[in-house]
Design a protein around this ligand. Sequence first.
Ligand code: URA
Length: 185
Amino acid sequence: PRMSCGKVDLGCRACGLSGSRTRVVRGAGDCRSPIVFIGEAPGADEDERGEPFVGRAGKVLTDGIERAGAHRGDVYITNLVKCRPPGNRRPKKEEIEACADNLASELLEIRPTVVVALGLSVAKGLFGMDGKMADIAGRWRDAEAHGLRFKLMVTYHPAGVIYDRGALPRFREDVRAALSEAGLV
Ligand code: URA
């Protein structure tokens, strides 16, 4: 499988995050995967290595995928913004907007049938959704972005699951259901 898709400029200066990041973190995985997981933004480990979800949150996500019977290399994993916000703060609206073409280029190349939005910030930033995660998680929606139609699942962000262990069963079940909907398990 191809390991990185779309057009993401590794020297990007489109927003203020370029001043504090170490590396631009492109998505990674199979460019022909039927499923894309979208996180919020790189953290410290990702910023250092230039790969998405390789720290503690990444372990939660990878474990969820493997428990369901799939592998990281079967899916595509990326983020709403490609550079680490200082101190891991939430990305700002203008940063999400400045980075939108990067995610769009990945999605347009992959053309996934299933998208998993990890956390409220992604659900809000990409799909304009609002509300509480407890009400939103684990449901299928028909969604559209960048002219593509796909099944959308919103679930807890794996970094949040580290602190809220009660959300772990829901998170795992949602990952499993999404992989199943994508035909990977
Ligand atoms: N959290 C995210 O949202 N993305 C990563 O790549 C790592 C942690």
